[in-house]
Design a protein around this ligand. Structure first.
Ligand code: FPP
Length: 225
């Protein structure tokens, strides 16, 4: 499952608080939803926390999001680790400040043995950038054109072990994929909810899973009559 956690800014505006507070409420929602996902038996959850395009936001907001990631690593993710959550990050690493990148790596190492839920936090992530990087790696690896197939490319994504996404949820009423997991969501079922991300909770997650369960997935084949 994957989630686009959108609507922190609008939530902040509606509550008369700063955008930073909106993102903070979004981080609390993330923790809530990971716990709800464990209860539902979901094995893999990928969330979009910071896109390659988010660097163009005001400097203060970018800095706030970096601090928020650091605080989330310190305060929320260790508790989730106690519940068996393995956390990994997805995206570019070269533009993140070294102190933060080191924290990310440490958390990945410390939770590497856990298996209840695999949490992927997309940070400085863009689906197109991921595909461009995979193409570059194919060339660097000297793969001849006739050997380039889906498996060869998938093996060179940021995280080849991240499975195909079955269900993609987007909060906040926007009807877009916004460059998230373009390869992995090829056959994902999409569920959109008007709820702003900071208000997203266990019942909202359960509703999305129910909607998914009612879908008939065909993967391009003809439906059985
Ligand atoms: C989109 O809301 C959300 C983000 C760009 C950041 C997502 C971050 C979190 C949910 C907090 C968890 C974060 C970390 C770092 C673990 P928006 O600001 O685009 O909302 P708007 O569309 O209403 O303005």
């Amino acid at each position: 499952m994957a989630i686009i956690m959108d609507g922190n800014g609008r939530w902040a505006e509606a509550h008369g608080v700063s955008v930073a507070e909106g993102h903070r409420a979004g981080a609390r929602a993330l923790r809530r939803v990971v716990e709800a996902a464990i209860d539902l038996g979901i094995e893999t959850l990928a969330v979009y926390a910071f896109s390659t395009e988010n660097w163009t936001r005001p400097t203060d907001e970018v800095a706030d999001l970096m601090v928020l990631l650091s605080e989330t690593i310190d305060e929320e993710l260790p508790d989730l680790a106690k519940q068996g959550v393995r956390t990994r990050f997805l995206g570019r690493r070269d533009r993140i400040e070294p102190w933060l990148e080191q924290k990310m790596r440490l958390l990945e190492a410390r939770t590497a043995h856990l298996d209840t839920l695999h949490l992927w936090i997309a940070f400085d992530y863009g689906g197109r950038a991921e595909l461009v990087e995979a193409a570059r790696r194919l060339i660097e690896d000297g793969v001849p054109a006739e050997a380039v197939d889906e498996a060869a490319l998938a093996a060179r994504l940021y995280a080849p072990e991240l499975a195909e996404i079955d269900l993609l949820i987007r909060a906040s009423g926007e009807l877009r994929i916004s460059n998230f997991l373009l390869w992995q969501t090829a056959y994902a079922e999409l569920v959109f909810t008007d709820t702003l991300w900071p208000d997203f909770d266990a019942s909202e997650l359960a509703r999305a899973v129910d909607a998914y369960s009612a879908r008939q997935r065909r993967f391009g084949a003809r439906a059985l009559r």
